[in-house]
Write a protein that binds this ligand. Sequence first.
Ligand code: ZN
Length: 82
Amino acid sequence: MNRIYEYKCRECGEIFDALMDEEYRTMGRQHSCGGWGDYIISRPYFKESIDSDAWKKKRESHMKMEKKNQKEHGDYGCMRHV
Ligand SMILES: [Zn+2]
């Protein structure tokens, strides 16, 4: 049965969907950039990949905020996230 599975490209790191036969899903799939995509367990709720720019930006601005908090309130800002 064909289903949409998720693959992660070894070359560019992009996560992409591909329609694959269930039986062969773990074999991987070539990405449009030419790199080879490894099968990853599909996590639909995990929409924002940790490799995505949006995530990085969010993380960066979060870290900036933490640093600011640290300056103003000691390490209180970080304690909540340890
Ligand atoms: Zn790629």
